[in-house]
Write a protein of this length. Sequence first.
Length: 326
Amino acid sequence: MRQAGRYMPEYREVRSRLGFLELCKDTDAAAEVTVTAAERLGVDAAIIFADILLILEPMGVGLEYPTGDGPVLHHPVRSAADVARLPDVDAAAAVPFVYEAVRKARAALKVPLIGFSGAPFTLASYVIEGGGSRDYIRTKTFMYREPQAWHALMRRLATAVTDYLNRQIAAGVQAVQVFDSWVGCLAPDDYERYVLPHMHEVIRGVTKGTPVIHFGTGTAGLLELMRAAGGDVIGIDWRIDLGAAWQRVGYDVGVQGNLDPVALLAPVPEIRQHAARILDRARGHDGHIFNLGHGVLPDTPVEHVIALVDMVHEMSSKKAALGAGG
């Protein structure tokens, strides 16, 4: 969950020399920040440094990351004709730098490496809105008014995402995570009609034997549908009790989560209490990946992240020694 980011001085030093897209495309630098973050924090796995929107750039949508702002897409999709004009993406040729960064990071890491992509709905929302949004009015209006064009866009994105994930796997990642960061804006009926078939196609198409983490935010009302879409692990945010979420999706899949990122701004003893409650709710079942419910916030003290990792290791070891599972 954003292991290398603005809260880490090592990352800020690299970013002082390179713009964001420049860093993503500099394979030595991307591998460096991936490995440095994993080693500094002491986590059990690394996630490759990239961005969920990189696969959109070759579609000609004018992707840019202005300094201090979120991503901007200068040529958004607003009509069926716009969808028809989008080129098909050859993931091998479009983002070769991601796969080279994977190979370099794998060679240097002592822990497993996770690859990732944005999910079709979240990518579509950026493509249609032209950037981030609070209410996704353009996205949902397009979905309702142009259902055929919507499904055509989602199919195109699903194909690109599947190929992108599989090429990361071929380059060396040992698991993949699909980030549906904004799908929580949808009603369950809309998710089932407009999103679930495409997510199912992506996850079904991932190279067999590679674990898939299926993550979303604001998705407490969608958990059963996300489980139906697929994934070996369902990622959950902090807005729902972990134990209740796991019961709903079933204990035959793992869960990832779900500390509120703001809790890392609290004093360390308070962080420990939050972590202990989450671990207690996972007790008795195997397959819990402790993580945040979303990314690390920029103002987070690095020492607090390290303290959290250490205390989760400590408390998990005690649980294992007692035969409690988790």
